[in-house]
Design a protein around this ligand. Structure first.
Ligand code: DLZ
Length: 160
């Protein structure tokens, strides 16, 4: 569905399994912190709404989105969590840097999922402008953090 029509926070609450007992690792990029902070807040609120205890959510900051791969990999190998959410925001600049970071992070997180140990949820906003990022982090298009939390619960509970 085109994002212009899709509010990232819209979902059928009855389609989400009870998440009591779930342990969640969240790795979050400090780059574009206002945006990633709002995504993190959305993810945590939605996880707790579905039964995840606050103390069962481990949050690890990393400097930029490229470091999400390492952070997520550490969570996967730690055995401490059932699912990982990687949160970042890359905004297009004047150089090809945007493309390299987006491709690198996407590939890195995809590789972790291919290992099949625990699910790694893709919470990377890849936007042309700051305004687009704001719209997707609690603005008119909802909050991708909410969507990531719902996806994390469905993936972790669906494969128990
Ligand atoms: C260097 C860089 C640039 C230009 N832009 C972003 C961005 O929009 N979003 C983001 O999360 N990180 C950015 N970074 C930092 C890189 O992700 C990474 O932290 C550095 O290249 C060091 O590995």
């Amino acid at each position: 569905m085109a994002s212009a029509l899709h509010n990232l926070s819209d979902y059928d609450i009855h389609s989400v399994p009870d998440a009591t007992g779930l342990r969640v690792g969240i790795v979050v990029s400090e780059w574009n912190e206002k945006i990633t902070g709002a995504l993190l807040e959305g993810a945590c609120q939605t996880l707790m709404k579905h039964g995840v205890r606050e103390e069962s959510i481990i949050v690890k900051p990393v400097p930029g989105s490229f470091e999400l791969i390492y952070g997520a990999a550490r969570f996967v190998s730690s055995g401490l969590v059932d699912v990982v959410i990687a949160i970042g925001c890359v905004i297009r600049g004047d150089t090809p840097h945007f493309d390299y970071i987006c491709q690198g992070v996407t590939q890195g997180l995809a590789d972790l999922n291919r290992e099949g140990k625990i699910p790694v949820i893709y919470g990377l906003l890849t936007c042309n402008t700051l305004e687009q990022a704001e719209q997707r982090s609690g603005g008119m298009l909802g909050n991708k953090g909410d969507e990531c939390a719902v996806t994390a619960i469905k993936m972790a509970k669906g494969w128990e």
